[in-house]
Each structure stands twice: as structure tokens, then as C-alpha cells.
Design a protein around this ligand. Structure first.
Ligand SMILES: Cc1cc2nc3c(=O)[nH]c(=O)nc-3n(C[C@H](O)[C@H](O)[C@H](O)COP(=O)(O)OP(=O)(O)OC[C@H]3O[C@@H](n4cnc5c(N)ncnc54)[C@H](O)[C@@H]3O)c2cc1C
Length: 295
């Protein structure tokens, strides 16, 4: 423990585990270099997953890494640092295409959870019902991952590979979510359906980003659905069919059940698969109407 305290300021050894709190990204990735370290950020998924158990092995608490906190605008991207909380997303002055992400942020748990929970934690936890995923999929977000070996980027659509499974290597920290600015003036919307209004895991949720051209036609439309498959899905066939149509009220009628066939909803305590399909169709229609209505 002494070596860790000397190097990284805060550490604690309990029965069977070691708690470390590095102050810089370099220190954090060095700690993760040897196998067995687990990353702790806001802890709002980490601790509930443990239940009554102690964390096994080393816990690397990254919450003091100020260099990966906050949101900044770069020439090609909006950079959402790996420690950015949902409350910070809500408060940040962001372009219009981020309205869907802000709406999702307001739906994550309660204010206390939004103050603590991070965007990166939501993505790395990779729940099929993670509210952050559909808006970021619709924005073509990329993940920036850092380890002692260097950094790499990967699209969110490839990063998520299953229920609680990602392509993150155990020694990698998600240092930033990079959102291309290409469609930053597009309209966007996020709708979440749960069994009650607040503090609820979704039955289905939909994010849409819609950019119209000067003639009022849909130049580009991105639609993503969450909670209806192991990972949230973009509805690529629908996106192709909508491109070029007039961006005007009534557009929801162009969405058909076949456009949602790539989804694979399950029956569970929250809803049946059939209900999820029906509800998702309505949510997609309403999300597109909301985008058209806010142009
Ligand atoms: C009461 C309650 C209500 C909730 N409601 C919602 C809800 O409505 N919608 C929703 O989507 N979620 C909800 N959540 C889940 C949770 O709050 C979010 O997923 C949150 O964004 C997780 O962020 P965190 O910083 O707390 O992650 P943590 O719990 O610290 O970590 C989650 C996982 O990600 C890993 N991780 C974290 N940060 C990084 C990083 N930078 N790089 C690599 N790995 C990392 C950790 O190792 C861990 O495996 C709720 C949780 C609670 C307790």
C-alpha cells in the first residue's frame, strides 16, 4: 500500500481489494497496465452491480482525472470528456443536434444520479437500456480509448457488441466521446417510454436526428432505438427510405412496422416483445414529427 500512496496520493487496502485514486490519466493507465484493475467513475452502475460483495481485486477510481472532465468544441468534433456527468451535459451550451442527448440526460435516474453518473460509464456499462446510447448512435459518436500503449478510436456502433459487452480492453479508459460536428444544426429528439414517468428503466426509447436541405427535403435522417435488442440499433432501411422526402408534418406516416424488423425485443417484467414493437413504432413516428415540428 505504501508504494501506491506515495505515487498516487489516495489508496486503501481492504480485505481482498486495493482502492487507488490516481490524479492524472498517465497514472491511471499505468495502474491498469497490470491485469485485474477495475475502473470506478460515478459508481452508479458499479456499486449496484456488486450488491453486498466487496469489489474483487484492484479498484482504480478515475474521478479525480480533471483532464478528462467537461465538454469542448474542436474543429471536427464536440469532445465529451470521459468524466463528464449527465448534469454537465444538461448545462452545457451545445448545438441543436444535441437536444436529443440533453433530453436523454434529463431522463437518467434522478438529479442525484445525473450529478454523479457519467456519459462514459453509461456507455461502458453497455446496458441495452442505457439512455445515452440511442442519441449518441444517432449522432455517429466515436469512442476515444486510452491505455499505456496509446490511444485509438472506434465508432460507438462497433464498440457495443452485446448486453453489457463492449470492445473495450481491460486496460483502456474511455477518455472521450467524440461527436462529429457535420450535422450540428440538425433537429433532434429523444423519447423514452417506461412504466412510470420518472426513475424508470425504459421499455423502449428512440432518438432521431434530422437535417433538411434548402428545398425542405430530408437530406439526412438518423434514427436509433434502444431497449429492444441486446444493443441499441440504427434503423438503416428507414433512414434510406426517408432521405429526400419533404421534411413536413405527417412524416411519421412513412414509418412502417417493417422498418423495425432489425429489432429483437424480449418479453420481460417490463413489457412483452409485441408491446415493445408497437410502442417503438409509435415512438419513432413521434420522434420524427418532433424533429420536423422544431425545424
Ligand atoms: C437509482 C439509479 C437510477 C438509474 N437510472 C438510469 C436511467 O434512467 N437510465 C440509464 O441509462 N441509466 C440509469 N442508471 C445507471 C447509471 O446511473 C448510468 O449508467 C451512469 O451513466 C453510469 O455512470 P457512472 O459514472 O456512475 O459509471 P460507474 O458505475 O462508475 O461505471 C460503470 C461501468 O463503466 C466502467 N467505466 C466507467 N467509466 C469508464 C471510463 N471512463 N472508461 C472505461 N470504463 C469506464 C466501470 O468500470 C463500470 O464497469 C441508474 C442508476 C441508479 C443507481
Amino acid at each position: 500500500m505504501l508504494w501506491a500512496q506515495a505515487l498516487w496520493g489516495a489508496s486503501f487496502r481492504g480485505p481482498g481489494f486495493l482502492y487507488l485514486k490516481p490524479k492524472t490519466l498517465d497514472e491511471a493507465v499505468s495502474l491498469l497496465f497490470s491485469p485485474g484493475g477495475q475502473i470506478l467513475a460515478g459508481g452508479t452502475d458499479f456499486y449496484p452491480a456488486l450488491g453486498e460483495r466487496m469489489p474483487p481485486g484492484r479498484v482504480v477510481d478515475i474521478s479525480a482525472l480533471s483532464e478528462i472532465r467537461g465538454i469542448s468544441t474542436e474543429s471536427e468534433h464536440v469532445r465529451i470528456g470521459g468524466l463528464t456527468t449527465w448534469s454537465e451535459v444538461i448545462r452545457a451550451p451545445l448545438p441543436r443536434s444535441f437536444d436529443a442527448l440533453k433530453a436523454a440526460a434529463r431522463e437518467v435516474g434522478s438529479l442525484q444520479i445525473q450529478n454523479r453518473g457519467t456519459v462514459a460509464g453509461n456507455l461502458c456499462n453497455a446496458s441495452p437500456a442505457a439512455d445515452g446510447v440511442p442519441p449518441l448512435l444517432a449522432l455517429d459518436a466515436e469512442m476515444e480509448l486510452v491505455s499505456a500503449a496509446g490511444s485509438r478510436r472506434i465508432p460507438l456502433a462497433q464498440f457495443l457488441v452485446g448486453n453489457r459487452k463492449t470492445l473495450r480492453h481491460a486496460d483502456e479508459i474511455l477518455s472521450a466521446v467524440l461527436v462529429p460536428r457535420r450535422m450540428e444544426h440538425a433537429a433532434s429528439a429523444f423519447l423514452k417510454l417506461g412504466s412510470r414517468r420518472y426513475l424508470v428503466i425504459s421499455i423502449s426509447m428512440v432518438a432521431a436526428v434530422l437535417e433538411a436541405d434548402d428545398a425542405g427535403r430530408m437530406a439526412e435522417v438518423h434514427v436509433a432505438v434502444g431497449s429492444c435488442s441486446a444493443t441499441a440499433q440504427r434503423l438503416r432501411d428507414l433512414e434510406k427510405d426517408l432521405a429526400g422526402l419533404p421534411a413536413k408534418p405527417g412524416i411519421g406516416a412513412s414509418v412502417r412496422a417493417e422498418h423495425l424488423r432489425s429489432l429483437s425485443p424480449i418479453d420481460d417484467v417490463r413489457a412483452t416483445a409485441d408491446y415493445r414493437r408497437d410502442a417503438s413504432l409509435t415512438l419513432v413516428q413521434r420522434a420524427l414529427e418532433a424533429c420536423v415540428g422544431s425545424r
